[in-house]
Design a protein around this ligand. Sequence first.
Ligand SMILES: Nc1ncnc2c1ncn2[C@@H]1O[C@H](COP(=O)(O)OP(=O)(O)OP(=O)(O)O)[C@@H](O)[C@H]1O
Ligand SMILES: [Mg+2]
Length: 257
Amino acid sequence: MQNIIEINHLFYRYEKDTVLEDITLSVPEGSFLAIVGPNGSGKSTLLKLILGLLKLQKGNISLFGQEISKFKEWHKIGYVSQKANSFNTGFPATVFEVVASGLTKKLGLFTFFKKEDTDTVLTALEAVGMQEFRNRNIGELSGGQQQRVFIARALVSEPKVLILDEPTVGVDAENVDAFYEMLGDLNKHQGITLLLVTHDIGTVSDKVTHVACLNKHLHFHGGTKEFEASRGEGLSAFYGHNVHLLTHHHKHGGVLQ
Ligand SMILES: Nc1ncnc2c1ncn2[C@@H]1O[C@H](COP(=O)(O)OP(=O)(O)OP(=O)(O)O)[C@@H](O)[C@H]1O
Ligand SMILES: [Mg+2]
């Protein structure tokens, strides 16, 4: 199986501060990877490097088997940033319009909207369970609902991989599980590779296939089973030594204690 993302000996620094050190990590096609780590551990920086939003300084990144500097098929990669869901109530766009704006990447700004484009938007809204909200104003939705709409927006360009930076900020505890369920469906049923930065490791560990624990260095990278067997050793390295994972054995998801 092809590795969709391959990172080799990656280093990154902002001025004097090295924030990523010798990261080697690959994301196989069809996998669902959760990246966890404390605040300031370099998670968003790593995503921005993968997305080409920050310039490579040292090390290599390949996307779909091609070196990032030569990569052009950016429509294959969907991205929802850390603060996507911060629209205020006055923002003048409907849910449908926000999702449709994701098509401009593919269509260009001034092309006409065809029936099939409408279908694409509605299908994307359905995939995230938001079709009934299509005529609502984006600013009137809850943070979690807005986040789903932004995922739908990323889906309309039919990405092969979806990269999400802390998508559950603004999703309340009862809905976090349903949110990950929806992501799990995208992964399983639509075959979309998912890469997600999160703090909800307890809740996601039964939904994801792989886990990476990052704190400047990569402290752990492996399959979910291996991660659970390690009893959070990768996490203990930075969250302290008494990390217990309460995972799917608990109906309402896990917490990090
Ligand atoms: N543009 C920047 N210029 C200088 N330093 C930066 C910049 N962006 C981030 N940093 C620093 O780099 C480190 C890593 O930041 P990053 O945003 O990647 O962390 P993070 O793991 O995503 O944190 P969080 O969980 O809070 O989102 C932090 O110490 C941060 O202060
Ligand atoms: Mg971040």
